[in-house]
Structure formats: structure tokens, C-alpha cells
Write a protein that binds this ligand. Sequence first.
Ligand SMILES: Cc1cc2nc3c(=O)[nH]c(=O)nc-3n(C[C@H](O)[C@H](O)[C@H](O)COP(=O)(O)OP(=O)(O)OC[C@H]3O[C@@H](n4cnc5c(N)ncnc54)[C@H](O)[C@@H]3O)c2cc1C
Length: 290
Amino acid sequence: MRIAELIPTRRPFLSLEFFPPKERDTWPKFFAEVEKLKALDPLFVSVTYGAGGGTQANTLDVVTHLKREMGLEPMAHLTCVGASSAALGEFLRAISDAGIENVLALRGDPPKGVADFTFAGQEFQHASDLVRFIRVNFPHMGIGVAGTPTMHPESATLEDDLKWLKHKVDAGGQFVVSQLFFDNALFLDFVGRLRERGVSVPVLPGIMPIVSMKGAEFIASLNGKAVFGKHYAAIEAAFAKGGDDAVRELGLAHATSQIQGLMDAGVPGVHLYPLNRAEACLEIINNIKM
Ligand SMILES: Cc1cc2nc3c(=O)[nH]c(=O)nc-3n(C[C@H](O)[C@H](O)[C@H](O)COP(=O)(O)OP(=O)(O)OC[C@H]3O[C@@H](n4cnc5c(N)ncnc54)[C@H](O)[C@@H]3O)c2cc1C
């Protein structure tokens, strides 16, 4: 079912994001973690592509398995940077044939190691181009888009970013999944500003529990330290004092308090990034009063 139609059926809900491990021989272990997370009864699960998420083929095979073998409602991430309409069409047809009804339409980051890469002249320059392409060629497909409460690093101002996010929704984005953030006030302000601009689609907060210093460093390498706000210094202080045990304790307490605060503020649901590991998420959700 399309996620936009599922969202009004339950409040609040949880959704989960997975990244397909690159090594296929580790997939049984990965699916075992997913099986444990089924206890949270996620409204949908999303599967990344590229940027640490492996290949398009992995995304396709994982969403197919989650749908057919595990009875979950998957959303495939799809990036358009450097891609042709033929290649994007082929992937969309393949997921459609597998019964997948939802895509998170993303631009993606500039390819690493390509000197002088520029978006100008590319067939797809912005995520909104991909949203339009899907709307026209795969009109039955549900479409989510990404939003960044801390402002996308390429934007000059938050105003610009909000303007382009509205543009992406107007092109056919049916709901927004947010980039991770660690300060609820930023997210709630972001949603308020979108509402002032007439964006009425659901905006799902993305929450990631940080459970190790390595995990924090990995996220910083993908998204920059700015995304953490003051939380990065707190993680470093915890690590210096008590190593990863202290980071985990801090990370779980922080994510629990964030999710509780967001639910109390009336968000429709929370999108959790479990980093393919069930234990921490189950611990957090057990402590939430829904
Ligand atoms: C929930 C979530 C999941 C993600 N999953 C993945 C994944 O699986 N794989 C992956 O590789 N990456 C993923 N990303 C990262 C994403 O690809 C990067 O953040 C990327 O840099 C921007 O993607 P976007 O879809 O937000 O791009 P866009 O919406 O195109 O925005 C990118 C920048 O361009 C600006 N902009 C947008 N439209 C226009 C326009 N028409 N004219 C001028 N400026 C414009 C925006 O304000 C922003 O600064 C994810 C991000 C999020 C939040």
C-alpha cells in the first residue's frame, strides 16, 4: 500500500530505515535483526541505496525479500545524481514488478573522487526532477522526499531550502522524511515554517540513537558534525569518561527523550534509523509511552 494512504490509519506510528549490507553472506544475520524489529510493528520500512547502502541491485533484492518473505511494507530509496532516465526507469519497473509501491526520491550526493563534478547539464539535477519523472511514468508509485531540519549543507539559507522542499512536494512528494537531528526544537520549527508556506503533507522526524563513538564518527563523515548540534560534544565527553558504554547510555537516553518529546508534541510518527541493529531500538521503544 502507498505510505501516504497508510499514514492516516495509525497515530503515532514507527517506521524503520535499513541499509543493505554489501556482503550478501551477512544478509541472514541482517534479516534476523529485521525479524526482531518486527516486534515494533513498523508502519513501513525503508531501504537505502548508495552512500553506505550498497548497490541498486542490493536495494531491489532487500525490498523484495522484506515484502514477500517478511510481510513488511517497504520503501526503496532511489537517487538520481548522474543517472539516466533509462536506468531510473529500469529500476522503477523492477521494484514495481516486485510489488513495491513506495520510493524515497532523492538527488544523492556528488560522486566521490570525480573532480569538477557539476550538477549543471545532468539529466537530473534535483530530487524534484526525479519526483516529476516518477509521477509521470509510474503514477501508481507512492513518493516520499527528504528534508533537512538543520538545513542542507549546500543551501545558502534555510529559507532557500524550505522553498525548494516545497517545490519538491508540489511536484508530487506525498510526505517528507527528515534527516536525523538531535534537537527537537529545530525539527518543530522546521515543520512550523513548512506549514506557514502551505506545505501540508506529513513530515516524519528521523531519529538515530548513537551507540558508539565510531557510529558518531561515521554519521559525521556522511552528514557533517553540524547535524549533531551540541550532542557531538556530549558524545565526545561521554566517550572520554566511560568509553562506548557511556556513549551508548547517553545515546539511548537522548533518543528516548527525543521520541517521547516528539510524540507528546503530536508528530504523526517517528522514522527510526536502527543502523541494522535491533537491540538499542527495542530498548528505546520499550521506554516510550505511546
Ligand atoms: C531521509 C533521508 C534518506 C536518505 N537516503 C539516502 C540514500 O539512500 N542514498 C543516498 O545516496 N543518499 C541518501 N540521502 C542523502 C541525500 O541524497 C543527500 O542529502 C543529498 O545531498 C540531497 O538529496 P535531496 O534529495 O535532499 O536533494 P534536493 O532536494 O535536490 O536538494 C539538494 C540541494 O539542492 C537545493 N535544491 C533543490 N531543488 C533545487 C532547485 N530546483 N533549484 C536550486 N536548488 C535546489 C536544496 O535546497 C538542497 O540544498 C538521504 C537523506 C535523507 C534526509
